[in-house]
Ligand binder design. Structure first.
Ligand code: MD6
Ligand code: FE
Length: 200
C-alpha cells in the first residue's frame, strides 16, 4: 500500500481560506510573544534548522536530555493557552478524540528541513496528530512504521491540513525542503507548521 493511501492518513487540501490562515498567523504571533521561538538541540548537541515554540498545557522540547513534553518553555514560563481557532480545527477533524493539550509551532526559514521521524512521545496512539501548514510550500515525505519502508512525497501548501491517525499514526515522515518565498502569507517568507496532539 503506498504510504499516502494508508488508512488514517488524510490530507485536507485548502481546508483553511486566506482569512482563516491570517487569523492563525495572528494567533501564532500571540503565542510567540508569550513563549519566544527557540532553536532546539538534539541529544547529540546538533542545532535543528527549525525554530519551535508551543501552546497548551504541554510543549514539546528537545535538548541534550532528550525529547519530551514539558509544562514550561525552556525560559521557565508556562506555555500560553492553546488558541481557540486551533482547537476548532481539531474538533472538526478529530471528532471523538479528547481535546488537544499541546500545539507545537515549527517555523521554517530558508533552507530549514525536518528529518524523517515518528511522533511517538505521546501517551496514547489512539489519538491522531493534526498538522496545519501556513506560508511557503513544503515537500512532505511519508513512509511506514519501519524507517526502511518505501516513502512517498507530496507538496503541502498554506491552508492544507494533514491528519495522521489509525494505521498512519506511527508512520515516519519529515519535511525535505520548503519553496522559500512561494507564499505571501508571512511578511518575511518561510513556513509555519502547527501540530496538535493529545500528549498525556
Ligand atoms: C511539518 N510535520 O509539517 C512537520 N507530525 O512541518 C510533522 O512532523 C507531522 O505533519 C505528525 C503528524 C503530521 C505532521
Ligand atoms: Fe511529526
Amino acid at each position: 500500500m503506498p504510504p499516502l493511501r494508508v488508512k488514517g492518513f488524510e490530507i485536507h487540501v485548502g481546508y483553511l481560506d486566506v482569512p482563516a490562515q491570517q487569523a492563525l498567523v495572528a494567533a501564532v504571533r500571540g503565542v510567540a510573544r508569550a513563549a519566544p521561538f527557540f532553536t532546539p538541540e538534539t541529544r547529540r548537541g546538533q542545532k535543528m534548522s527549525v525554530r519551535m515554540t508551543s501552546a497548551g498545557s504541554f510543549g514539546w522540547i528537545s535538548d541534550r536530555k532528550g525529547y519530551r513534553y514539558a509544562p514550561r518553555h525552556p525560559d521557565g514560563t508556562a506555555w500560553p493557552q492553546l488558541p481557540a481557532e486551533v482547537r476548532a480545527i481539531w474538533q472538526d477533524l478529530a471528532p471523538g478524540a479528547p481535546d488537544p493539550d499541546s500545539c507545537l509551532v515549527n517555523w521554517y526559514g530558508e533552507g530549514a528541513r525536518m528529518g524523517l521521524h515518528q511522533d511517538r512521545d505521546e501517551a496514547d496512539f489512539r489519538w491522531p496528530v493534526v498538522s496545519v501548514s501556513l506560508g511557503d510550500q513544503a515537500l512532505f515525505r511519508m513512509g511506514g512504521t519501519d524507517r526502511r519502508d518505501a516513502t512517498e512525497s507530496i507538496w503541502l501548501s498554506s491552508g492544507d491540513v494533514v491528519v495522521m491517525g489509525g494505521d498512519a499514526r506511527l508512520a515516519h515522515h519529515g519535511i525535505d525542503r520548503i519553496r522559500f518565498g512561494s507564499s505571501t502569507l508571512l511578511d518575511r517568507g518561510g513556513r509555519i507548521n502547527l501540530t496538535l496532539r493529545v500528549s498525556q
